[in-house]
Design a protein around this ligand. Structure first.
Ligand code: GDP
Length: 198
């Protein structure tokens, strides 16, 4: 198990000039609003409130950068697909995310979060297509796995794989913020893509 010793907030940004000028490998987290992104981030770093666990999904339209042991950087990208977000905010979202995905010099991989209970949405499919078109490696995490009975999990993971048209080599990592299932495999793959490839 990886034990994170020091985690701190570096800064927020909305445009490339504001990204931190560091050379830390970055792992970005993205998913539909309410998918469990804050819960995954907080669990990975053993903090209650590093990323705010939100009751008003989709309203924070900023990119947050966190230092992890000064060895890598977690990048919290704002969630997508929440119907109640005003149109003006939705219109800011796409250029902000595309700018980050195409202009960050340090991005190593994007963790794409999906709710394990649901078939991926059209927004999830668009996000995957973007990441493929930008040649950005992705790690797919199926959140809230505790909400699915163990016997139904293989079927649900298979549905996610089929809907996203995953390659045979691509994995889906089940995760639960309640039981911590998935903690070690997810840290292992983050570490592989972030640090061992630098
Ligand atoms: P975000 O909007 O993607 O950052 O999602 P949050 O982390 O704020 O989680 C949204 C809601 O789902 C909250 O009510 C969380 O308590 C709940 N949640 C998140 N992860 C899990 C999980 O692994 N299991 C269960 N049962 N609930 C979760």
């Amino acid at each position: 198990m990886r034990n994170v010793k020091s985690v701190y907030f570096i800064k927020s940004a909305v445009k490339p000039e504001q990204y931190p000028p560091h050379h830390l490998p970055e792992i970005a987290f993205i998913g539909r609003s309410n998918v469990g992104k804050s819960s995954l981030l907080n669990t990975l770093v053993h903090k209650q409130n590093l990323a705010r666990i939100s009751n008003t999904p989709g309203c924070t339209q900023i990119i947050n950068f966190f230092s992890i042991d000064e060895k890598l950087c977690f990048v919290d990208l704002p969630g997508y697909g929440y119907a109640k977000v005003p149109q003006a905010i939705k219109e800011q979202w796409q250029p902000m995310i595309e700018a980050y995905l195409t202009q960050s010099k340090n991005l190593r991989s994007v963790i794409l979060l999906l709710d394990a209970r649901h078939v991926p949405t059209k927004y999830d499919l668009i996000m995957r297509a973007w990441l493929i078109s930008y040649h950005i490696p992705m790690i797919i995490v199926a959140t809230k796995i505790d909400k699915i009975p163990t016997t139904q999990r293989p079927k649900q993971i298979a549905t996610i794989k089929q809907t996203l048209k995953l390659q045979p080599t691509e994995q889906v990592f089940p995760f639960s913020a309640l039981t911590k299932e998935g903690f070690q495999p997810i840290w292992k793959v983050i570490w592989q893509v972030a640090v061992m490839t630098t």
